[in-house]
Write a protein that binds this ligand. Structure first.
Ligand code: F6R
Length: 378
């Protein structure tokens, strides 16, 4: 049932505030305050997961791989655990040399992606009969606990997004991000890598996200709907981001290509000048994620380099950012938040943009050509 929405994808975009709220309620102790001595996170994972943990490796495909990249950033920056993210299809045939005390996380919303399942299977197999420090520790992050993945690994984080029907993943991505925020916080508390003030600020910031996503949905739908008319003939798009928003640039490009069939590339903004900038001219719009934080000035100057090549510049920026207003031709504003929490907000405008461009082109948004909801071949 589309409940009055034109497509399932649009409905699922609108479900995100509720999904994020429900996941936070499930994993965070609602009574917890910064004065509480306890851990605010409740993931219900066994103690052996945490013992002498030295490395994390994440395997996934597509949008779930992008969630893994955000997860990697959080696990390294908050919990200080060296983390690697692999495309499951690559890891399967060229795995990292066996590391001790390693947690392997498979991220798959469907729980049925063949590449991800076989990468996890291989990892499990090569750790059989080894010394205890090499024993497999496997965690699945999935939206379908009753899936092949669900039966394959004994420990899961259930992302609770509800069934997603649109082939392009939206709400399940947001739910995967919440799972990674909670896992990173859980580990940070156990490893004592955050000050109580920082921990309190992040938990408080997380609790505000659902209302902030609602605000973006309310303000931007019409604006992006109209903006998308400009791209009826556009053939290429570039998405730029840095730091924790680099994966969101990749996600914006993936969403756009899969449902609108427009060629799009996501790049870490600083890499533009090392080649891709040669692609730019007035016919190639550039979407840059430039929100306050560590890399803000850098992204703005990278965006300016694109502007000097006549590219139409669209910024996902903080509301009322006058400085950014001077740089960008169009702004897709989000509430000002800690940069670390921004991906759950910056992803909304890029999902909307992809949706509206595809819908405006009259395409079958929920069933794009050549794609299936779960890819069960390797
Ligand atoms: C993108 C998309 C795909 C999936 C990928 C992995 O919108 O839907 O890229 O993310 O096929 O799927 P799961 O998460 O089911 O393993």
């Amino acid at each position: 049932e589309k409940q009055g929405f034109k497509h399932f994808m649009l409905k699922e975009i609108y479900e995100q505030p509720g999904v994020v709220r429900a996941s936070l309620e499930a994993y965070l102790d609602s009574e917890w305050t910064p004065d509480s001595p306890s851990n605010p996170v409740r993931l219900g994972l066994p103690d052996r997961f945490y013992e002498e943990l030295e490395h994390i490796q994440i395997v996934a495909c597509g949008t779930s791989w992008h969630a893994g990249l955000v997860g990697c950033y959080l696990l390294e920056q908050l919990a200080e655990i060296p983390t690697q993210v692999h495309y499951a299809s690559e890891f399967r045939y060229a795995p990292t040399p066996l590391m001790p005390n390693t947690l392997t996380i498979g991220v798959t919303q469907s729980g049925e992606t063949a590449d991800t399942l076989s990468a996890l299977e291989m990892e499990k197999r090569r750790r059989l009969d080894r010394e205890p420090k090499f024993a497999a520790r496997m965690l699945g992050i999935t939206n379908r606990t009753d899936s092949t993945l669900g039966h394959m690994v004994s420990d899961l984080i259930d992302t609770r997004a509800g069934i997603e029907i649109g082939v392009a993943a939206t709400k399940t991505f947001s739910a995967q991000l919440v799972a990674f925020y909670c896992l990173a916080l859980d580990l940070a508390v156990r490893r004592r890598t955050l000050t109580p003030e920082r921990l309190g600020a992040i938990v408080e910031g997380l609790r505000q996200l659902p209302a902030q996503i609602e605000a973006i949905l309310e303000v931007q739908e019409r604006y992006i709907g109209e903006l998308s008319h400009q791209f009826a003939e556009t053939q290429d798009f570039i998405f730029l981001g840095r730091g924790i928003n680099y994966p969101i640039a990749l996600e914006g490009a993936l969403k756009l290509k899969e449902i609108s069939y427009i060629h799009a590339e996501g790049y870490p903004a600083g890499e533009m000048k090392h080649g891709p900038i040669a692609l730019l001219d007035a016919k190639v719009p550039v979407v840059a994620i430039a929100v306050p934080g560590l890399v803000y000035e850098k992204v703005l100057s990278n965006a300016q380099e694109a502007k000097a090549r006549d590219a139409q510049l669209i910024g996902v920026t903080a509301m009322n950012d006058d400085h950014a207003a001077e740089v960008f031709d169009d702004q897709l504003p989000i509430p000002t938040v800690d940069e670390l929490l921004s991906p759950l907000l910056t992803v909304i405008p890029v999902q909307f943009l992809a949706y509206h461009i595809a819908a405006h082109r009259g395409l079958d948004v929920d069933q794009p050509r050549n794609l299936a909801k779960s890819v069960t071949v390797e």
